[in-house]
Design a protein around this ligand. Structure first.
Ligand SMILES: [Zn+2]
Length: 160
């Protein structure tokens, strides 16, 4: 009887252990990894709070809201191309908005920061937080609104 209990206990411990290990290996490791100190020295306070702490820039604060130039919006932290100007539209939300991302360079997760479910999006290369995705985008295209913090982006104009 004692043996069986010990055996079950061992099995239980083993199970817990293997679960913990699995969780660890599922953690995403980004291509660009820096310490908090390195990010702080590279980014402004607002950029750091948005990109590294999932903060939000003030509404209508981004000069990109009115940017009509052709080009590519890249990650402010690691310069990965994230959005194209041709997919930018005026959502009236007060944040730069796009109806799609550059596939493969943006990843998604779920957050409940405001008490309800939202789709968060971040740079696939450095993990920098960009904004959120909503389903009230242009109906004639994707129907998605990628609501992005301008400070998380850098604009690279198209070469003439
Ligand atoms: Zn990045």
């Amino acid at each position: 009887m004692k043996k069986i209990v010990l055996f079950s206990l061992a099995l239980l411990l083993f199970n817990c252990n293997s679960k913990a290990q699995k969780k660890e290996s599922e953690k995403k490791i980004f291509t660009v990894v820096k310490t908090e100190k390195e990010w702080k020295s590279q980014l402004s306070d607002l950029e750091y709070s948005v990109l590294r702490k999932a903060g939000t820039e003030p509404r209508y604060s981004s000069p990109f809201n009115d940017n009509k130039l052709n080009g590519t919006y890249v990650c402010k932290a690691c310069e990965t191309p994230l959005f194209k100007s041709e997919n930018k539209y005026d959502s009236g939300s007060g944040w730069p908005s796009f109806d799609r991302v550059i596939n493969g360079n943006v990843e998604f997760s779920t957050d409940y920061d405001l008490g309800y479910k939202r789709t968060e999006e971040h740079c696939a290369i450095c993990g920098g937080h960009l904004g959120h995705v909503f389903n009230d985008g242009p109906r004639e295209t994707t129907g998605k609104r990628h609501c992005v913090n301008g400070v998380a982006l850098k604009f690279v104009p198209e070469k003439e």
